[in-house]
Design a protein around this ligand. Structure first.
Ligand SMILES: [Zn+2]
Length: 44
């Protein structure tokens, strides 16, 4: 299994994920955004 290191970032100005092609934020992008948010703010 090869790890895809490509981040799920939006292609502007159409805001589609450059990896999935789904409307951004896609599922993976949301997860990464949530992870970053939790790292910044440890509040519940
Ligand atoms: Zn994606």
């Amino acid at each position: 299994m090869s790890r895809t290191a490509r981040p799920h970032l939006p292609v502007r100005p159409i805001w589609l994920c450059r990896v999935c092609g789904h409307t951004w934020p896609c599922g993976a992008a949301r997860l990464s955004l949530l992870a970053e948010y939790r790292e910044d703010r440890t509040a519940c």
